[in-house]
Design a protein around this ligand. Structure first.
Ligand code: GLY
Length: 407
């Protein structure tokens, strides 16, 4: 089979295999487990893409998910970074994806602040933005930082000014009606005495015998006082428990790594970061070595999950270095997760079993086309996305620890 036939064959394979996810409308976020094949982590494939599930579950109403778009580009000779950035632009622009770009969940002040970084393996350059407001596609600004400047990371107002100077459209507000409503719900859970839910504001006539000395017996009021959450993180996690936010959207993020037929490797990570974060907080996603790392001689790793844990351990860099020393993607990922587990010692970050009470996920490939998706916790519903000559699909993440983070 020559290269042209190979490309035709793989493109057809992708189109067919991707049909359940990419062409049948947007799948329900919590309707997981329908589109996966068994893990085949020893399979070698070039070209190859691995990614977070946001890269396969969202199409923004179009025909392709991020991973399908990226794989199509890589298969047809497009620059790997151009292809994967064009891919992640799809969930960045999709208002239904609440962890990335437009419609991503905002910070504590209700402002959407976005982070992204990327690396071009063959060219050995990289770029990032942190805390950028008003731009729907932070990955494109990160790419411009890499392509057009001597710098790696531009943050906050400077990042927005940089984008404006390049002609990118600056929006006043990247919230959608839904992300704004979820932020309001979070405010109510954090501070129920000041942020009221109109649904609970029931008029009640005072029983005459109490004559002004009533105590509040409104059940919804009682419940709200009992449910008072002093910590914003707890309030946010309670929204995950109540199925208002999919767990993978709480820390946002998609990361997409691509490998070309010729062995060229690039990676991109993009996120709205931790939901309801302190304004200005940047997680791992804009930081090289944490949320993303590529070495064209070795492989690539991208991450989602609790960014602070990743930052403390520079885990994406660690994983690429462990692969350089000969480890498989899976073993390198597990070793990094074990490092994070062992370095997590504060009680506020531990569950009743003494393990981390958060998840962290890595999407890893090496130059040969081996890949792995690993997580601190692997449950039957924890998936990552793969695209190779067998098409786009979800596979189960392999977990270091059993059970659930907050068990
Ligand atoms: N991993 C995304 C974040 O923590 O911001």
């Amino acid at each position: 089979m020559d290269r042209r036939d190979f490309v035709k064959t793989t493109a057809k394979g992708v189109a067919v295999a991707a049909t359940p996810v990419a062409l049948s409308g947007r799948p329900a976020l919590l309707d997981r487990g329908k589109h996966f094949a068994p893990a085949v982590h020893t399979h070698r494939a070039r070209p190859l893409c691995v990614a977070d599930v946001s890269s396969i579950r969202f199409t923004n109403g179009g025909p392709e998910s991020a991973i399908v778009r990226a794989f199509r580009g890589i298969s047809t000779g497009e620059d790997v970074l151009d292809a994967i950035v064009a891919g992640v632009n799809i969930p960045e622009l999709d208002p239904a994806e609440r962890g990335i770009g437009y419609g991503g969940l905002p910070n504590a002040d209700g402002v959407v602040q976005l982070d992204s970084c990327l690396m071009h393996g063959p060219k050995k350059w990289a770029g990032g933005v942190a805390g950028i407001e008003g731009v729907k596609t932070p990955s494109l600004i990160a790419k411009a930082v890499a392509e057009l400047t001597d710098h790696h990371l531009i943050v906050g107002q400077g990042a927005q000014d940089f984008a404006r100077s390049l002609g990118f459209e600056i929006h006043d507000d990247l919230n959608t009606e839904e992300s704004r409503a979820l932020w309001l719900e979070w405010r109510r859970r954090v501070d129920p005495s000041h942020w009221l839910d109109p649904k609970d504001r029931v008029r009640r006539s005072r029983p005459p015998e109490q004559n002004g000395n009533t105590i509040n017996t409104d059940p919804s009021y009682e419940t709200r006082i009992q449910d008072f959450y002093s910590a914003s993180l707890e309030a946010g996690l309670s929204m995950v428990d109540d199925n208002l936010i999919p767990e993978h959207s709480f820390w946002g993020t998609t990361s997409l790594e691509g490998l070309s037929p010729d062995g060229e490797i690039c990676g991109v990570t993009t996120t709205s970061g931790l939901s309801w974060k302190i304004p200005g907080r940047a997680g791992d996603s804009p930081i090289l070595g944490a949320g993303q790392y590529v070495d064209n001689d070795v492989g690539a790793c991208g991450s989602t999950g609790r960014g602070e844990a990743n930052l403390y351990n520079c885990a994406s860099f660690l994983i690429v270095e462990l692969m350089r020393q000969g480890m498989s993607p899976k073993d390198a990922g597990m070793a990094a997760l074990a490092r994070v587990r062992d370095n997590t010692i504060e009680s506020r970050l531990l569950n009743t079993r003494g393990f981390p009470n958060f998840d962290l996920r890595f999407f890893i490939l090496n130059k040969q086309g081996d890949y792995a998706g690993v997580a601190m916790y692997g449950t039957s519903e924890s998936m990552f996305a793969v695209c190779d000559e067998n098409g786009a699909r979800e596979e189960p993440l392999e977990g270091l620890l059993e059970g659930l983070p907050r068990d």
